[in-house]
Design a protein around this ligand. Structure first.
Ligand code: NAP
Ligand code: 3JN
Length: 366
């Protein structure tokens, strides 16, 4: 009879590690949470407010909500599932017991506090530009690259709003016809700048109509009845940072450095929703009808395109909705393989808060 013991050393290691792996999965399964403690950093802002309502609307399993902001609004009450919850000041000890921290309080706050949140055991989903181009940090739009969530190390970045809506529309066309170049011009609403900018558009519009004196404070020029070809700071190249976010983030999310992107980003006097005029050049030929059919079947996209009945997506109509709407699909007659699209989405929802909550949903599904 073969002796059962002593086992050779490699077999013992194999045996112990298989038991450990099993115990780990058993432990994880037994401890799979039914509900999670969620911190919202920037809970009083335009994006943070939307995050709270989207968590409610989508019935995200929240055990406890922790609204965090600066000392300016600490002590204020926010309502969550019809209960008043007090806003607390963000500090280094804010993340004890937090499972997921949704950050939208600017890049400086994210740089300082996201690592502390991860150290405390939370997974961070960050809405700022702080970590987006960090090679250790996945930059995720669930309809496009949910698989990138597999390699996160605690921080997951939410792309810029203008990038998100563009890649949701581009990815299915890229899969079908291989996009080689994108020329995009954006028409971005003031809510992209935050709650102060929304007030500025309302105040300046009222003042101009009543012939009162008006002075912009948020933007360098009046935004009422005006368009400003200037979003974020200018770089020495003449592009703005917002434009370069669209270029660099698109390549990272679509996992293709060969796609050439050039952008012009424009602020327009609209409260909510960004629109984009997008010209794409492809390797394979694709007709407008084929593109419409592909987009109609794509996740997160709604085709709204019947010019003969004046049907195309409008920023005003899209505000408050979740899809990325595509209209004005047509072949670019100036080149052999090209398409023009008009793409509109709610920048506070799919462009920011909804995308972040969808990432959180993917994480808990895993
Ligand atoms: P907002 O309306 O101005 O709100 C800013 C929020 O951040 C407020 O809750 C504010 O709290 C909080 N905050 C500011 N400084 C803070 C600090 N030092 N410590 C703690 N909380 C602080 O701006 P928003 O439009 O919601 O945007 C917030 C950030 O989200 C932006 O800066 C940007 O990084 C990101 N964002 C991303 C996208 C995107 O494209 N995905 C779109 C828009 C915004 P108080 O009420 O106390 O001032
Ligand atoms: O202007 C818009 O429409 C989107 C603005 C996004 C934004 C605003 C302030 C700071 C960002 C961003 O998400 O890129 C940032 C930032 O974190 O850099």
């Amino acid at each position: 009879m073969r002796a059962m013991w002593p086992l050779p050393i490699p077999s013992i290691i194999e045996f112990v590690s298989s038991q450990c792996e099993f115990s780990f999965y058993l432990y994880t399964f037994m401890n799979k949470k039914q509900a999670y403690t969620i911190a919202v950093v920037g809970a009083t802002g335009a994006v943070g407010t939307e995050m709270l309502s989207i968590l409610e609307e989508r019935k995200f399993p929240v055990h406890q909500i922790l609204p965090l902001a600066s000392a300016r609004s600490a002590g204020e009450k926010i309502s969550f599932h019809e209960e008043d919850v007090t806003v607390q000041v963000l500090d280094k000890d804010s993340f004890v017991g937090v499972d997921i921290a949704l950050f939208s309080a600017g890049a400086d706050t994210s740089k300082e506090f996201a690592p502390l949140a991860v150290e405390a055991g939370a997974i961070v989903i960050d809405n700022s530009s702080a970590w987006r181009m960090d090679p250790q940090v996945p930059l995720v739009v669930p309809e496009v690259n949910a698989q990138a969530l597999e390699w996160h190390e605690g921080i997951i970045a939410n792309p810029n709003c203008s990038t998100i809506q563009m890649v949701v529309a581009l990815q299915p066309l890229h899969e079908a016809a291989c996009i080689t170049r994108v020329v995009v011009t954006t028409f971005q609403s003031v809510s992209g700048t935050g709650k102060d900018a929304m007030e500025e558009l309302a105040n300046l519009s009222r003042q101009l109509l009543s012939l009162e004196e008006s002075n912009p404070t948020v933007y360098p020029h009046p935004i009422a009845f005006n368009c400003l070809p200037h979003i974020d700071d200018f770089l020495p190249s003449g592009y703005t940072k917002e434009e370069m976010k669209m270029v660099n983030e698109t390549k990272k999310i679509m996992e293709d450095d060969m796609i050439q992107v050039t952008a012009t980003t424009v602020r327009v006097p609209v409260f909510i929703s960004h629109a984009e005029s997008i010209n794409v050049e492809t390797k394979e030929h694709i007709t407008a009808n084929e593109a419409r059919a592909i987009l109609s079947a794509a996740p997160g996209v709604q085709v709204y395109d019947d010019p003969s009945h004046q049907i195309y997506p409008l920023q005003k109509d899209v505000a408050g909705t979740d899809a990325v709407y595509v209209g004005r699909v047509r072949e670019d007659e100036s080149i052999s393989n090209g398409l023009n699209l008009w793409v509109v989405a709610d920048n506070l929802r799919k462009g920011a808060a909804l995308n972040a909550v969808q990432i959180a949903e993917e994480l808990i599904r895993e």
